[in-house]
Design a protein around this ligand. Sequence first.
Ligand SMILES: [Zn+2]
Length: 513
Amino acid sequence: MQKIDVFDTTLRDGEQSAGINLNTSEKLEIAKQLEKLGVDVMEAGFPASSQGDFEAVKKIAQTVQSSIVTGLARAVKSDIDTSWDALKYGAEPHLHIFLATSPIHMTHKLKKTPDQVVEIAVESVKHAKKHFPLVQWSAEDAFRSDPDFLVRIVEKVIQAGATTINLPDTVGYATPAEYGAMFNYLKNNVKSIDKVKLSAHCHNDLGMAVANSIAAIQNGADQVEATINGIGERAGNAALEELAVALHIRKDVYQYETGIHFQEIKRTSQLVSQLTGMAIQANKAVVGKNAFAHESGIHQDGMLKDRSTYEIITPELIGETSNQLVLGKHSGRHAFKNKAVELGFDLTDEKINDAFKAFKALADKKKQISEDDLYVILTDQQIQEDDTPVYELKSVQVQYGNGSIPTASVSVKNPEGELLQEASTGSGSVEAICNTLERLVKGKVHLLDYRVTSIGKGRDALGEAVVNLTYNGKSSTGRDVAQDVLEASAKAYLNAINRQIVNERNRSFAKSV
Ligand SMILES: [Zn+2]
């Protein structure tokens, strides 16, 4: 069976989605999990876009060992040089350069003639090859480009040293037959195309990203680009877990395999959802909450007699185990640490101590602690960044009665270290908290979306709040977990504000270097 390489772009194309802004530790956490998942290449970010992105890509390149780490660059020298500074630490430094090739993009966006575009592409690849052994060149909007122009430019960039050619359907417009035909055409018309890897990159605007990617594979693509949970620009990218599982379950038809470790799919999906604040739709293929639920009586009856009657994928394949209760109130630090190591966490003694304190506090309120709870506690410790002063919630109190006006009083420590207090009313408890917090933070806040979900099952489950807002005109998503949803809401609100503060600081730093 032919092996297909999986190129993950959760941290670049996925992170580009509206409202997602991960900090460096969160990106690193996802990168480590992607390595466990067995992706061949991971795109860690766009190093020249901001100082924050640069630092994150560098950290990931220094940490990840068994996947190739790449970053995105425009076809300009300064982008390429900046990317080298971030990516040179990788075991096999890899750069991803893109340039638009469709008439619409060349005319309106680049304002260049096709000849000029060819020249810029060739120059950028030659420059990249001075540093990078591996250079992937992407023809942005390839699907809407003239096929013969594609043949011409691809031939030139291969001569210039490109090692992978990516042909994206940037706007998600292709049908499977058309997208496959494009790969077939290039395969048959580009000289020395067999010397390079061919890659597919599909967007899901018409819900065909996975089908299009598979059509590309059947027509000669060696690599597919995808994101966890299908997150990404607009309707998102091809979902990595769907692609990998579809190729695996229907290998009788496709005859391809990937290096994905299926057992890590569930955990990766949950981590990405948790850290990005992007919920997974319940009926989503492979990783949705209901993906393995059988509701109708006839189905349930069939399942009891033989699972294969209605089940084509088992939950065990993707690492979904019945969520055992693992630790309780009386578990000691040693048992806690062992469990953390077993779950794959590598924390300093100080962080283990902090996590253990959080565990004890939770165990006081909740009889038994599940694996899901532990993941949340330990991940939160792992992604703790302590260098930037931000807003910190000190206390929150809410007065609520169905006959009275909800009132919240909140105290926070501001980035300057001062303790501030305010009180305000609202039409509900959450609104009262938000109104109070808006008075406490400097700047204009507009709440866009607010969501509370439970982690795990049972009435004492942890509550997770996700707040999407604009702060001084820029959108940001914050999240937090607490036993009480009102406390989680207040913390998530501040978390969104804090991310914006850290981002602003990174941006002004980027301008000065
Ligand atoms: Zn894309």
